[in-house]
Design a protein around this ligand. Sequence first.
Ligand code: EPZ
Length: 417
Amino acid sequence: MDKLIIEGGSPLHGEVRVNGSKNAALPILLACMLVPEQVTLHSIPNLRDIATTMNLLHLLGCETDQSNGEITVRAGKELHPEAPYDLVRTMRASVLCLGPLLARLGRAKVALPGGCAIGTRPVDLHLRALERMGALMDIDSGYIDARCRRLQGAHITFDFPTVGGTENLLMAAALAQGETVLENAAREPEVQDLANFLNSCGARIQGQGTSIIRIQGVESLHGCTYPVMPDRIEAGTYMLAAAITNGDLEVVNCPLEATETTISKLQEMGGQVTAGDSRVRVRGGELQGVDIVTQPYPGFPTDMQAQFMALMCVAQGSGTIQETIFENRFMHAMELMRLGARIRISGDTAVIRGGGPLRGATLMASDLRASASLVLAGLAAQGRTEIRRIYHLDRGYERMEDKLARVGARIRREQEK
Ligand code: EPZ
């Protein structure tokens, strides 16, 4: 396993380019199984979760080629319906193969994703919605065993605007008989990107980005070439790296609309942020703690919560963070306290008393965004910070240490002995 060594205190200066979005690429790659012709995708980031998704596509019978962020997928031949536990347990998003397999084969056997560090994260909303479309679901020995004749369009209202649930149902409904209406659907930009990709393949989807999405099922889809959207969470993470080091950084290839809440929250803290033409310039300044409540999009994104907690540790005054999406997403707080942060957790709310200073220590990463939070704190802490188990970080950030070093951070990767 690898670790990161950071000597804190260097302001970041220069330019960082945002890669394609992990959370858009994952469902879009799996959606390729709906298409019997070749699909070419651009701007796919080089991440562990992408490699896992490629393995899953191969296991399910797809052929793929990959070079410099371009991936082609051919799902023409017979697909296999089974996603095994050993793969699903490494990436929960594997459950997104349910919709495509049922739509294409009428059959899917997918290991139930266990919980993960940030919460139990059940998939009951996915399963109930697919049953509404005529799928017969059985849970047997830890597997979701699903079968159907042709999926039938249905009017489905989600109890919660689930991102994965909306994505699974978009893919299932694309080839279903008749119209499907998804109410209380997720509005996330990555959901919109999936819908736009499917429409590029000949699907008939309207309303993506709103709470009501209508899908007219079609007989088949055709190949296409599609550029995946930039990663709004990676972009936001680098914006906060500039702010926490009191630097001056340009984040380029930034999806401005999708990072609006991050930008306005940073400005509310006192960060100097100017945005335009897919570029965001962030300079530090006297930062103040603020109040944050995570919400489904277009509200404040839960995937930026850990990063803002690190920033509030060094801002002046106090701030609060209420995490309403996941039930256990404050594990970074314990690690930040090892750097001297003053954080009190009470139920779903963290109270952060800012004012720093943070002093370097050895830390343990626990999940993807928590790892990013620890890197940000290490950049600001005095002295040396060591972050272990950074395979969590590699799931969602392409060589973060290289990008940060290129703009002045003293950071390197080492093998853990
Ligand atoms: C997606 O997860 C993202 N992952 C997450 O990003 C992100 O945090 C999350 O959406 C919320 O924005 C990918 O896109 C691969 P949900 P997902 O279904 O689809 C509950 C990252 O850091 N729920 O909207 O799993 C669930 O337990 C990752 O990149 C049910 O109860 O999110 C959770 O509390 C972390 N039953 C809440 O809803 C269900 O059937 C949000 O889940 C489905 C969800």
